[in-house]
Design a protein around this ligand. Structure first.
Ligand code: GRF
Length: 221
């Protein structure tokens, strides 16, 4: 989604909780050469800690409480109206713990991205770090992808991998993954805003992708 120099891409961030990924996007967008500006943060949970963090960073932030709506369709309609009022170009889901209707995801297809704490297509859904440890994988990670109606399935834009240690707990592994989430989410949003992440046949082609000939091997041989 390339934008003229005079108008940076207008991004909304949807959250439900603490908002650490949201903060990584806000901090990236604070740099004048970043191609996006964060125009609004919306939480479906009024008590989400991320709302206060966004406000402290001078980003307009508000709750649209899903409990105030009779069904998913009416909540999504309110969300869509709020995004339209802010002339939002791109939506970033950042720990947004609410399923969206197919109508909403189809309307925003190609313009809505999500961060997931696993190397998709492995470990879709919740409790990814527990399940990675149970499965005994030696490499785990995170994924930024375009959102489609089916959860955690959309075209993959960027991934980062981390090693799994024998003595990892879900918390220690989750912290290692989260540090990488904060790196790849702003980088992936940049690619999307610059029009360099093109969806082609269910996959994402990245323009000017410099392939680094380097592998993460775990355990270290
Ligand atoms: C992150 O692990 C993200 O990948 C997942 O939910 C978590 C949100 O954390 N979708 P935060 O609110 O960004 O700190």
């Amino acid at each position: 989604m390339s934008s003229p120099a005079s108008r940076r891409t207008r991004v909304a961030i949807l959250i439900s909780g603490r908002g650490s990924n949201m903060m990584s996007l806000i901090e990236a967008a604070a740099h004048p050469d970043y191609p996006a500006e964060i125009v609004t943060v919306i939480s479906n949970r009024p008590e989400a800690h991320g709302l206060a963090r966004a406000q402290a960073a001078n980003i307009p932030a508000r709750a649209i409480d899903h409990k105030a709506y009779a069904d998913r369709a009416s909540f999504d309609a309110a969300l869509d109206a709020a995004l339209g009022a802010e002339k939002v170009d791109i939506v970033c889901l950042a720990g947004f713990m609410r399923l969206l209707t197919p109508e909403f995801t189809q309307k925003w297809f190609g313009r809505m991205i999500n961060i997931h704490p696993a190397l998709l297509p492995s470990f879709k859904g919740l409790h990814t770090h527990e399940r990675a440890l149970e499965a005994g994988v030696k490499i785990h990670g995170c994924t930024v992808h375009f959102v489609t109606p089916e959860m955690d399935v959309g075209p993959i834009i960027m991934q980062a991998a981390v090693p799994v240690a024998d003595d990892d707990t879900p918390d220690s592994l989750g912290a290692r993954v989260l540090a990488q989430e904060h790196v790849i989410y702003p980088a992936a949003l940049r690619l999307v805003c610059e029009g360099r992440a093109r969806i082609e046949g269910g996959r994402v082609a990245i323009d000017e992708f410099g392939l680094v000939n380097r592998a993460l091997v775990a355990p270290h041989a």
